[in-house]
Design a protein around this ligand. Sequence first.
Ligand code: FES
Length: 124
Amino acid sequence: MHCDRINAYFCVHREHTMQWQPLSSDSKTAFEEALMFKPFRLIWEGRSICVTRLEDGFFGIHNLCPHAGAQLHHGHCNKKGVVSCPLHGYKFDLKTGRSADGNNYQMARYQFKIENDVLYIGFR
Ligand code: FES
């Protein structure tokens, strides 16, 4: 199916733009041990990602805060999947990658799934 949206961040056909890659079994252990709503860091292909287990799966965003570079995985995640930066408190939605406080930032975002006992990262 052709996607008629130019920017993949706003694509309504999300399944058509997501690419999936398997992660190492080391990474899978971190996911298995992850606590609900407790952010942790994943390093993948040189990217630092803030990952959090929510009620409907794992979601991640770029780990460095666009405001002044703090590591978001040291912040707090609420039950709506909004991570607060530990330095100045800016808020980011893990599912959309967008600011949740009107600051107008758009972060790279990631999804995760397990199929046949293999953990995959999804990205656009
Ligand atoms: S560094 Fe994140 S809000 Fe300032």
